[in-house]
Design a protein around this ligand. Structure first.
Ligand code: BV8
Ligand code: ZN
Length: 255
C-alpha cells in the first residue's frame, strides 16, 4: 500500500499525534458498529433511543439486555491489527494522545495506556439512583444470539437499578475527559480520525478544532463521512489494514 510522501513526512516530524477512534476501530474485532449494534431483538429500535436515559426508564430490561449482549461481544473479542498498530505508533512518537468514543477496552488490551474515553465504558456500571459503582460478577455473560430482555441487577446500597457506565445521548460528557480531548486536539500537529461516522457531538468537533489550529487531519474509513471535506488525507479502507501498512511505511524512529 503506497502513501503520499507529504503524509509520511508530516508523520515523521510529528511532535504530538492525536488518534481519535470510533466504533469502526473495533469492527474487525467482530464488534458491531454503533449504527449496526441493533440486531436481533433490538433491530426494531433506534440505538440513539436505547442509548438514552429515556430509553432506559421506558424499558430497563430491554436496554440492560442490549448492553449485556454488547459486553459479551467485547469480552469475547480480541484487539485487531488496527488496535495493535495504534499501540505501536504510540511507542514511536514523542507524544500520542488516544481519544476514543468506544465503550470497549480493546485499546487498553492492545497496550495503550491513558486512553481518554469520551463516552464512558461498558466495564464501569453504576447505580442509576445513587451512582455508586457496581461490580459485575466474574465471567462472560452468556446472552442468546437474538438477544433478550434482562432485568438489571440492583444496587446493594439503595436498591436502585444498575445502569451501564456509558455517556448516553442527552447526557454530559465527563468534564475532565472533554477538557483533555479539546486540549490535545488544539495542540497536536497530526490528528487521526479512525472509524467514526463523525455524527456524534461534541466529539465530532475535535478534528475540526485540530484543523482550525493547523494540524494535519488524516481520516481512515472505508466509507464517506461528514469529515471528508475537512480532512487533509482521506485514506479509504479498513483500520486493520491501513494502520499496519502505514506503520510499515514509516522508519522505526518517527521523530
Ligand atoms: C452532549 C455511548 C451536552 C453509548 C455514545 C451539538 C452539540 C452537543 C450535543 C449535540 C449536538 N447536536 C446533537 C447533540 C446531541 C447528541 C448528538 O450528538 N446526537 C447526534 C446523534 C446528532 N449528543 C449528545 O447527547 C452528547 N451529549 O452533547 O451533552 C448536552 C446535554 C444535554 C442536551 C444537549 C447537549 C452525548 C453523546 C454520547 C452518546 N453516547 N456512546 C453507547 O455506546 O451505547 S455515542 C455512540 O456513537 C458510540 O460511542 C459510538 O462510538 C458513537 C459514534 O458513532 P461512531 O463511533 O462513529 O460509530 P458509527 O456506527 O456511527 O460509525 C462507524 C464508522 O466506522 C462508519 O463511518 C464506518 O464506515 C466505519 N467503519 C466500519 N468498519 C470499519 C470502519 N472504519 C475503519 N475500519 C473499519 N474496519
Ligand atoms: Zn444505589
Amino acid at each position: 500500500m503506497d502513501f503520499n510522501d507529504d503524509l509520511l513526512k508530516t508523520l515523521l516530524h510529528a511532535k504530538h499525534i492525536v488518534v481519535f477512534t470510533g466504533a469502526g476501530m473495533s469492527a474487525e474485532s467482530g464488534i458491531a458498529t454503533f449504527r449496526d449494534a441493533g440486531t436481533g431483538l433490538w433491530e426494531q429500535y433506534d440505538p440513539c433511543v436505547l442509548a438514552s436515559p429515556q430509553g432506559y426508564r421506558a424499558d430497563k430490561a430491554l436496554v440492560w439486555g442490549w448492553y449485556e449482549w454488547r459486553r459479551m461481544q467485547v469480552l469475547r473479542a480480541e484487539p485487531n491489527a488496527g488496535h495493535l498498530a495504534v499501540a505501536e505508533l504510540a511507542k514511536r512518537v514523542e507524544r500520542l494522545t488516544l481519544i476514543t468514543q468506544n465503550v470497549d477496552d480493546l485499546h487498553e488490551r492492545s497496550g495503550n495506556t491513558d486512553v481518554v474515553h469520551l463516552h464512558g465504558s461498558l466495564h464501569s456500571p453504576r447505580c442509576f439512583a445513587c451512582a455508586r459503582p457496581y461490580a459485575f460478577p466474574d465471567g462472560i455473560p452468556n446472552e442468546p444470539a437474538g438477544g433478550r430482555r434482562l432485568t438489571p441487577p440492583h444496587c446493594q446500597h439503595c436498591k436502585g437499578p444498575i445502569r451501564p457506565g456509558v455517556v448516553w445521548f442527552g447526557e454530559m460528557l465527563s468534564e475532565a475527559a472533554w477538557k483533555q480531548a479539546e486540549q490535545a486536539a488544539s495542540q497536536c500537529d497530526v490528528f487521526f480520525s479512525i472509524g467514526t461516522s463523525s455524527l456524534v457531538w461534541p466529539a465530532a468537533q475535535l478534528p475540526v478544532t485540530a484543523a482550525a489550529k493547523g494540524a494535519t487531519v488524516i481520516q481512515i474509513n472505508p466509507g464517506a463521512t461528514a469529515l471528508d471535506s475537512k480532512a487533509h488525507f482521506n485514506l479509504r479502507g479498513k483500520a486493520g489494514e491501513i494502520m499496519p501498512a502505514l506503520l510499515d511505511a514509516l522508519p522505526l524512529a518517527v521523530s
